[in-house]
Design a protein around this ligand. Structure first.
Ligand code: HEC
Ligand code: HEC
Ligand code: HEC
Ligand code: HEC
Ligand code: HEC
Length: 416
């Protein structure tokens, strides 16, 4: 028999807020407090072990394998499988873990494979000193760590399920002893567990800036003021895809480019470029990792003559050692950066066109880091080196062209 134990904190929440509707301030505070209380409990710094599953759970209910969840939640499983959240334990982190102590490695796992059970499995894989003495139980699939942020990372604590308030009528019988609903699943704070460095962890800074600061950027965004949360943009219709900078469509939503060319003299023109962060609810891009390069080329109509006249990089460029900022040309949410480019036209009377290619390198910073590490290839064990090579070629393969724009330089008209 399956137990039914549906705890709907939402129902309570709605009741409370309708009772105090005449006092909007208290309502606001009460609701925020309960979300933040939930989040504090759900995301402690280190996730404790799940413990033994309830005795009345079937094997399928007890399993932490995402495939087991997928037996009943097929849509979420399919979407999650194609998302980057299911690839957080790829070659890019694997080769680094192989060179790390358990203590240092566990810090990375905090965001890349945070379940206590996953950390234990990684420790076994890596041959780290602190490993569980007990045998791996049935409900813990041995490959749980290799699949990254499995469903249980966000949804299961002590074998209990947690999720957002349900949208549809629920079936009579719910497996896994029902679930606890919380609006915290629809709050940006839910994502902050990994997408924001916390002050109390004395996180690393470059030029005084946090390396991972997405939640704080969001909090200062026009979108936050309109109550648009991470989930609104990254999980539309509750989809488990989490598309971001690796996705052409998503990135096109973020960046708007406008060009205007003026003739200033017979052989001269002025190009004004407006770069607008239209729809990312944080800096575009949010981290130091991605770079967006705009290449400006001048060409003569009907001829093969062309010349690169300027390059501009949108992003936060930091050295490989993470000690120096080279530049920070990220565009905060809702803001516009304007470039003024003087253009010399080699022949005054030809008709000229300016082309702009916009190219995205979603993992530029890692590409540089990995290439730097390759220089020490002779000191890296062969298996680790193989993962490093794979990580580098995977990172390079994520590059794509975002858009191409063209603008004709108007003819030089002498006013009379
Ligand atoms: C035997 C089938 C079955 C298995 C296995 C199963 N679930 Fe469920 N789960 C359900 C059903 C049925 C519901 C009720 C809501 C619905 O129909 O989606 C539910 C509800 C949920 C909810 C609440 C949805 C909401 O509206 O908030 C979450 C979250 C959830 N399950 C997560 C999981 C996770 C994570 C796993 C694997 C660790 C899992 N489930 C395994 C059948 C299953
Ligand atoms: C605070 C949470 C957090 C911690 C701690 C963390 N990461 Fe990450 N990591 C992220 C996020 C978020 C991304 C996605 C950023 C992006 O794609 O720009 C990421 C991306 C990566 C990537 C690129 C993706 C890939 O699979 O190739 C690598 C490599 C990586 N991290 C390695 C590490 C290593 C090594 C450590 C420990 C030294 C670590 N991370 C610690 C959150 C974290
Ligand atoms: C990174 C965290 C995260 C992971 C990993 C994750 N989910 Fe979710 N899930 C969420 C959030 C957040 C929501 C609520 C989204 C919203 O309401 O906008 C949600 C919603 C759900 C719902 C309710 C869907 C609905 O339509 O009402 C189910 C069921 C669910 N998840 C199952 C799963 C399963 C199964 C997996 C693994 C295949 C999984 N989740 C992986 C964060 C996660
Ligand atoms: C347990 C830690 C964790 C939580 C919680 C989490 N993420 Fe992530 N997220 C990561 C890591 C690590 C990556 C990097 C994946 C990679 O590239 O290997 C990532 C990647 C992403 C990406 C892909 C970015 C890209 O480079 O294209 C998006 C978008 C994203 N997360 C959004 C969210 C949202 C929205 C939430 C809240 C519902 C959330 N994440 C919750 C750890 C987390
Ligand atoms: C208004 C919509 C919107 C909101 C709100 C939003 N994002 Fe994004 N996000 C985007 C778009 C569009 C992109 C792709 C362009 C880019 O990379 O900035 C993106 C990219 C990302 C990336 C890819 C890495 C990078 O360097 O840009 C991550 C990670 C991410 N978002 C996480 C989050 C988290 C976490 C939140 C909430 C704190 C959030 N986003 C809120 C629209 C949004």
């Amino acid at each position: 028999m399956l137990l039914k134990n549906l705890v709907l904190t939402l129902v309570l929440g709605v009741l409370v807020s309708s009772l105090v509707a005449c006092e909007p301030d208290t309502d606001q505070i009460g609701e925020t407090a309960s979300i933040s209380q939930f989040l504090q409990k759900h995301w402690p710094k280190v996730l404790p072990p799940q413990g033994e599953p309830p005795a009345n759970f079937s094997d399928e209910e007890a399993s932490l394998a995402p495939q087991a969840c997928g037996e009943c939640h097929a849509a979420q499983y399919e979407q999650w499988s194609s998302s980057l959240h299911s690839h957080t334990m790829g070659a890019g982190i694997q080769w680094q873990l192989q060179l790390m102590s358990q203590q240092a490695g566990n810090k990375c796992l905090q965001c890349h494979a945070p379940l206590a059970e996953q950390k234990a499995l990684v420790a076994l894989q890596q041959g780290w000193p602190n490993v569980p003495s007990a045998e791996i139980p049935e409900w813990l699939p041995p490959n749980l760590a290799d699949t990254g942020l499995v469903c249980a990372v966000c949804h299961v604590r002590q074998h209990q399920r947690f999720g957002p308030p349900p949208r549809n009528a629920l079936p009579e019988e719910i497996p896994h002893a029902g679930f606890t609903a919380s609006e915290a699943f629809q709050d940006s704070g839910f994502c902050a567990a990994c997408h924001q460095h916390k002050e109390h962890d004395s996180p690393p800074r470059v030029n005084g800036k946090l390396q991972v600061d997405t939640w704080a950027q969001w909090q200062n965004s026009p979108q936050a003021a309109q109550d648009i949360h991470c989930q609104t943009c990254h999980m539309p219709d509750r989809q488990h895809l989490w598309r971001g900078i690796h996705d052409v469509e998503m990135t096109r939503r973020a960046l708007e480019v406008q060009l205007q060319v003026k003739r200033t003299a017979a052989g001269r023109a002025q190009l004004e470029v407006q770069l607008h962060n239209r729809d990312a609810g944080h800096h575009f891009p949010t981290y130091m990792v991605p770079k967006i390069t705009l290449t400006f080329t001048l060409r003569k109509q009907g001829a093969s003559w062309k010349r690169v006249i300027h390059k501009h990089i949108i992003g936060w460029q930091v050295n490989v050692a993470l000690t120096e900022e080279e530049f920070d040309q990220r565009i905060p949410a809702g803001e516009t950066h304007t470039l003024q480019l003087p253009v010399r036209l080699p022949v005054a009377d030809a008709s000229w066109i300016i082309d702009v290619d916009v190219d995205v390198a979603p993992r530029e910073h890692y590409e540089r880091t990995f290439r730097q590490s390759m220089k020490h290839a002779n000191r890296i064990p062969p298996a680790t080196l193989q993962s490093l090579r794979q990580a580098l070629s995977e990172a390079e393969a994520t590059r794509y062209r975002l858009m191409q724009l063209s603008q004709t330089v108007p003819a030089w008209v002498i006013a009379n």
